[in-house]
Design a protein around this ligand. Structure first.
Ligand code: F6P
Length: 362
């Protein structure tokens, strides 16, 4: 029987448990054995009890749970070749040669590197007498399949990452709460949102809550933005709006690449006569139960991931399971990561036109 491992890696995201559940159950349904790797790459390097066989009922109740029940960690040892060699050994000792990883672009790139090195890692293990040639013989190739789990929705080639819609819902709920108190006091609130270098959460929250102004990394604030923002806010107030909501992505910048901070905006609004408060949503945005969309997405993508494992040939490049125009599709993992990096590099080089074109091209 084929043995398939599943793990979650990087920052947790609501819906990750749904993907573990789907991979485990689809593996069992396909007459394979399923193994959960606890605490991300850390569990792979430690081996032993950190790699546990999972039965159908072991993932009962996972679908509606937030975070990741099998844990996640940032593992320094796996970054070193020695760590990856130990990980390969632990997998062989458990008879696993296929791994489904739910994580962000960094975690997925690490996984593909592991796949690439796999044959030479096995050679080393035999040479160092850590395993015998007979032990490694049945495990010539490692299959890797990526599932994108991140609240940031920052991976190219997929319309939605597992977790982003739950986070968006949480942000909207929080802003709705801020709204009632803001309206009561006719106050302005500057709300800081997560997303790292990606403004998706902020842009969508701005649309979904009807905020007055947003700041996102993809559209750095142009010179004179302060006056522009105040004009818009004044206009809204003149139309009878009793509150002001400005949302700032944590990666927001101006055209000179200076970071735009919530407190800087608070100063500007306060000087303009608005009683202003700052609310940093922080990890509340990443926590709590997954929204219906993420339960659906993680389940369908987990099923597809197991199909991808079973259909893979040694020549198949590692796939990442995506959602494009409402369809679950496979894309080459490394291409998706490379495209994502190009967007970030274009932003770093202040080449915003290219960054926007690359985003549009997705
Ligand atoms: O990638 C998810 C994310 O929540 C980002 O939005 C944020 O920048 C980062 O992780 C926070 O990381 P940590 O949980 O390590 O503070």
């Amino acid at each position: 029987k084929r043995r398939i491992g599943v793990m979650t890696s990087g920052g947790d995201a609501p819906g990750m448990n749904g993907s573990v559940r789907a991979v485990v159950r689809m593996a069992l349904h396909s007459n394979c054995e399923a193994y959960a790797i606890y605490e991300g790459y850390d569990g792979l390097v430690k081996g032993g009890d950190m790699i546990k066989e999972m039965k159908w009922e072991d993932v009962r109740g996972f679908l509606s749970e937030g975070g990741t029940l099998i844990g996640t960690a940032r593992c320094m040892e796996f970054m070193q070749r020695d760590g990856r060699r130990t990980a390969a050994k632990n997998m062989i000792l458990k008879g696993i040669d296929a791994l489904v990883i739910c994580g962000g672009d960094g975690s997925l790139t690490g996984a593909d590197r592991f796949r690439d090195e796999w044959p030479s890692l096995l050679e080393e293990l035999v040479k160092e007498k850590e395993l015998t040639a007979e032990q490694v013989a049945p495990f010539k190739h490692l299959n890797i399949v990526g599932l994108v789990g991140s609240i940031d929705n920052d991976l190219s080639m997929t319309d939605a990452t597992i977790g982003c819609y739950s986070s968006l819902a949480r942000i909207c709920e929080a802003i709705d709460s801020v709204d009632t108190t803001a309206t009561s006091h006719q106050r302005a609130f500057v709300v800081e949102t997560m997303g790292r270098h990606c403004g998706w959460l902020t842009l969508m929250a701005g649309v979904a809550t009807g905020s007055d102004f947003i700041f996102i990394p993809e559209q750095p604030a142009k010179e004179g933005w302060e006056g522009n923002m105040l004009n818009i806010i004044r206009k809204h107030r003149q139309m009878g709006k009793r509150k002001t909501i400005v949302i700032v992505a944590e990666g927001a910048i101006d055209e000179k690449l200076n970071k735009i901070t919530p407190h800087q905006i608070k100063e500007i609004l306060s000087e303009a006569g608005l009683d202003t408060r700052v609310t940093t949503l922080g990890h509340v945005q990443r926590g709590g139960q997954p929204a219906a969309y993420d339960r659906m997405l993680s389940t369908l993508q987990g099923v597809e991931a197991v199909k991808a494992v079973l259909e893979a040939t040694p020549e198949t490049p590692s796939p990442v399971i995506c959602m494009i125009e409402n369809k679950i599709v496979r894309r080459p993992l490394l291409e998706a990561v490379a495209q994502t990096k190009k967007v970030a590099e274009a932003i770093e080089k202040k080449d915003f036109r290219t960054a926007m074109e690359l985003r549009d091209a997705e």
